[in-house]
Design a protein around this ligand. Structure first.
Ligand code: SF4
Length: 900
């Protein structure tokens, strides 16, 4: 697909095959369909089932095919021969390869080149959250699809529609003027992928009819002209007066008005109570911690008082921060529009979404990174990022799709480029055609900003936004501690450094060919330092491994500076060597900032600009190494490392963040609301107060204005009987030392529980290693109900979709499945918690806490973390008034009743 294609295209062939997990007599395909579209002939189609005896429940749900259908189908060879005859003369085929089975299909069809439409969807439609056939169908048809499965013929039709959409809309410059630039680079890529889409776009009318030709503008390489321009709004100069308060009574009447106006909205007294607490905190500039049980409706519970407060106080500004991106999107795309629709008075309140700078791609750096010699895969990589910049409002620069990274990461160019073009640094408001400037300008003009915890913590470091917002609503507040630790921590990793070296070295070698005298000497020195850095990176990895030789790759371990291996491995020396080399390269090449020198050395401005960016990065790496070195010997910092096959990363963070929060948050804001469904430990806010620095009053030194601390708790309005909590007989003790017995009991009990509940189960694991160990042994026994398993590093969006669609399925999950998912209705009637999620004693934060805290304080924190996560896991079951089910805990240490 990414190699050149110079033949004439006449017909368009689309193929799809359903294939099973296991091979049956060397074949996995059990159903196929194909269509050929020509400019002057009617569409030709071919489809068939294929004999196959190993169909699983999950495959049946995907395809709508039954075992009986397959028993009577043609043998694989006969079916393959028929398909090959149908596709004779086709030089390539389009395939929507949603299950990564392209190799099976190629084998089945004979030797034919493939254009993978799953890749094309990610490439041309980067704003979509998911690329499953159902989500693509819904996107293309603009409505929900009831039916969960697709026959092969339906996916072929979907493939045709997808190509029509890409060529008739995305590449149509009547609809997107930027298409003229995308087409220019697609042509230049000299790939089958580019040739196929350009051909169809140019001959769109001949293939698909319609009145208009998508290509009306001449192709152009000037892609930046199509970027949106930041519109600067002068900050509102409203006279600052005391805030007008909002009354408690008003809250109730607003929610009553909402229930009268919106038929889907149900009035909830608990939500009104929530809103009243919130309104009081806004009125009094208080710091409120507000736990609201599931079903309180906390999002609208804070949005209404916030909007009303903003409406009444034109100089007030509020930031809402969340931990998960899905909640940010839900607030921005659904909840705020809903509120504004009901209360027209709020419509003029400007709202913006803000991400951290590293979530954006820098348009200037991307432009500098273009070289006319780029072609094929590398040019498509560059073009993919251009397209992302065009879509920046919806797409994350660092959230590349699975197929994109699979196809475009040859020779690490993809990540090297991504690292180079991140908008992390070097910003200036002069770059007005820049996504980061556009959103910053919008946030400056907004009175309500939705952001993430990380960005909230760093808000005051952003010169354009510093001091503008004084009211913070911190939702999903139990994740705030980690966000503070991450945002204010330091990290150096060898792959980022390696990417920069790989890009910089050939540039310097090129300049060296024409350099003389002092410049030649400086370049030689800089190249020597590059070798030193590479060698030190290698040695440092060996030293880190020596600290814990038995640790598996990727495991996070504490870096203890008192460990003998720390001395013997000369870790300190190596860090110093790295730091020195980073600084020295900057000195060696300082003349790169002088235009005259660059001219005399014939360095084009793009190259000198890129080298300057790299040197800035070296400066940052040196500062980070220095901060990590300081952190290593300070008691309140924890330094951790991870080693991989060739790489390593070292991170330094604060063990406790209470003081940081007091300094960075309480001193800056007037009113702060922490809210979440789970904040209390055994009915008390003490642990949360301790974590967030609310356990001692603010003094004039650390809080200009004294603020009242308030704590409120609103229980879930759902029936207590909706969820039954069980620890079954036969559950083993889940402690680490008892792993073999625990594993045996879990492997035995899970299939029984799933069978009894008829699927519909979410099985939660406290680590990937637990999940893998159980899945390996139990999957064979879970045959009746489709089993979905979370995979490390793979987005969970598709998995959640499948779990909702395939009603009787079973989902094995870790991480976000404990807190970040919502499965309403009878999709989920049983949550199985395999083990109480106690933090690992080997977790560097736990190791550091143990050294730093008194035993009593340590254990309180330890149990608090486990209990909050446990409550979050249990909370997955009942998400609406009518939900019913059971939570089964396969760990005999659990005491029924302790969750209350
Ligand atoms: S403002 Fe920053 S992110 Fe935007 S183009 Fe300039 S350097 Fe890049």
């Amino acid at each position: 697909m990414l190699k050149p294609f110079d033949e004439k295209i006449q017909q368009l062939a689309f193929v799809y095959a359903h294939s099973g997990l296991k091979a049956d007599r060397n074949n996995r395909i059990y159903s196929y369909a194909a269509a050929i579209i020509d400019t002057d002939k009617p569409k030709a189609v071919s489809e068939s089932f294929v004999r196959y005896s190993l169909l699983t429940g999950r495959e049946k749900y995907y395809s709508g095919v039954s075992k009986e259908m397959l028993a009577a189908a043609p043998a694989p060879q006969a079916a393959a021969d028929r398909l090959r005859t149908f596709l004779a003369n086709q030089k390539f085929i389009f395939v929507l390869d949603n299950h990564n089975r392209i190799e099976d299909l190629k084998k089945f069809c004979g030797d034919v080149r493939v254009v993978d439409l799953s890749f094309a969807a990610e490439f041309f439609l980067p704003h979509l959250e998911s690329y499953t056939p159902k989500r693509l169908w819904e996107y293309l048809n603009g409505r929900q699809r009831e039916k969960a499965f697709f026959t092969a013929a339906e996916i072929v039709d979907l493939s045709v529609e997808l190509v029509k959409h890409i060529c008739g809309n995305v590449l149509n410059d009547r609809i997107f003027r930027r298409a003229a630039a995308i087409r220019y680079y697609l042509r230049k890529s000299h790939t089958l992928f580019g040739a196929a889409f350009l051909h169809i776009t140019e001959h769109y009318k001949a293939y698909f009819g319609g009145l208009f030709d998508p290509c009306t503008l001449s192709e152009t390489k000037n892609w930046q002209q199509f970027l949106e321009k930041a519109v600067k709004f002068p900050p509102e100069q409203k006279e600052k007066s005391a805030f007008k308060k909002i009354s408690s009574e008003l809250m109730e009447s607003l929610y009553r008005a909402m229930s009268d106006a919106a038929k889907d909205y149900v009035f909830r007294p608990s939500q009104v109570e929530y809103a009243k607490h919130l309104a009081a905190a806004l009125n009094d500039n208080a710091i409120l911690t507000l736990e609201a049980g599931t079903g309180t409706g906390k999002t609208q519970g804070y949005l209404i008082p916030v909007m009303e407060f903003l409406y009444r106080n034109p100089h007030a500004r509020v930031v809402v921060s969340t931990y998960t991106k899905s909640l940010q999107q839900q607030i921005f795309q659904r909840e705020i529009s809903f509120t504004k629709e009901i209360f027209k008075l709020y419509q003029d309140i400007p709202v913006a979404v803000l991400k951290g700078k590293s979530g954006y791609i820098c348009a200037e750096k991307l432009n500098h990174a273009y070289e006319s010699s780029l072609e094929g895969e590398q040019l498509l990589t560059w073009l993919y990022f251009v397209n992302l910049v065009f879509h920046f409002r919806d797409a994350d620069g660092d959230a590349a799709g699975e197929k994109i990274t699979a196809y475009l990461n040859d020779d690490f160019y993809f990540y090297q480029l991504l690292n180079e073009i991140s908008a992390k640094d070097g910003c200036t408001p002069k770059h007005s055609r820049c996504p980061a400037q556009v959103v910053t300008a919008e946030a400056q003009a907004a009175r309500l900003v939705i952001t993430n915890h990380h960005k909230l913590v760093l808000l005051d470091k952003d010169v354009s936004l510093s001091g503008l917002f004084k009211i913070y609503i911190i939702d999903e507040a139990n994740h705030f501690e980690n966000a503070v630790r991450g945002a204010l921590g330091q990290e150096v990793n060898s792959w980022e450094v390696g990417d920069v070296l790989r890009a910089l070295e050939p540039m310097l070698k090129n300049i060296l060919k024409r350099a003389k005298g002092e410049y030649e000497h400086d370049l030689d020195k800089a190249l020597e330092r590059i070798s030193t850095i590479r060698e030190t990176i290698r040695l440092l990895r060996a030293s880190l491994i020596a600290i814990n030789p038995k640790a598996s790759l990727g495991q996070v371990k504490e870096l203890p500076c008192d460990h003998p291996a720390f001395e013997e491995g000369r870790i300190k020396d190596r860090m110093n060597t790295l730091k020195q080399a980073f600084q020295d390269i900057g000195k060696d090449l300082k003349w790169i900032r002088e235009n005259d020198v660059c001219r005399s050395l014939k360095i084009v401005s793009k190259t000198s600009e890129r080298i300057r960016i790299y040197l800035n990065k070296f400066g940052e790496y040196a500062a980070s190494v220095s901060a990590i070195e300081t952190g290593l010997v300070s008691e309140d910092k924890v330094t951790a490392y991870q080693c991989f096959r060739k790489n390593w990363s070292v991170v330094s963070q604060s063990v406790e963040v209470a003081e940081l929060i007091r300094r960075h948050i309480y001193e800056k804001a007037d009113c702060i609301v922490y809210t979440a469904a789970t904040l209390c430990y055994r009915g008390s806010f003490d642990a949360f107060s301790n974590i967030t620095g609310l356990d001692s009053p603010l003094t004039p030194e650390n809080g200009a204005k004294a603020k009242a601390f308030r704590f409120e708790m609103i229980p879930s309005p759902f029936s207590k009987d909706a969820a039954e909590i069980i620890v079954p007989q036969g559950a083993a003790n889940g402690r680490f030392e008892n792993k073999a017995e625990w594993l045996a009991s879990v492997v035995r009990l899970i299939p029984e529980l799933i069978e009894k509940n008829k699927g519909r189960s979410l099985v939660l694991f406290s680590s990937y290693s637990d999940l893998i160990a159980v899945a390996e042994k139990a999957a064979e026994s879970i045959t009746t109900y489709p089993l979905l398993i979370q995979q490390q590093g793979v987005s969970t969006v598709n998995l959640c979709d499948e779990f909702r669609e395939i009603k009787e399925s079973v989902l094995f999950g870790v991480d976000t499945f404990w807190y970040g998912v919502d499965f309403k209705g009878d999709t989920l009637t049983q949550v199985i918690i395999t083990r109480i999620p106690y933090p690992s004693f080997f977790d560097p934060i736990q190791v550091a806490r143990k050294k730093l805290m008194s035993p009593k304080a340590f254990w309180m924190r330890y149990y608090y973390d486990a209990e909050i996560k446990m409550k979050q896991g249990i909370g997955r079951l009942i998400r609406s008034d009518t939900d019913r089910g059971k939570v089964v805990i396969l760990d005999s240490r659990y005491k029924i009743g302790s969750e209350k």
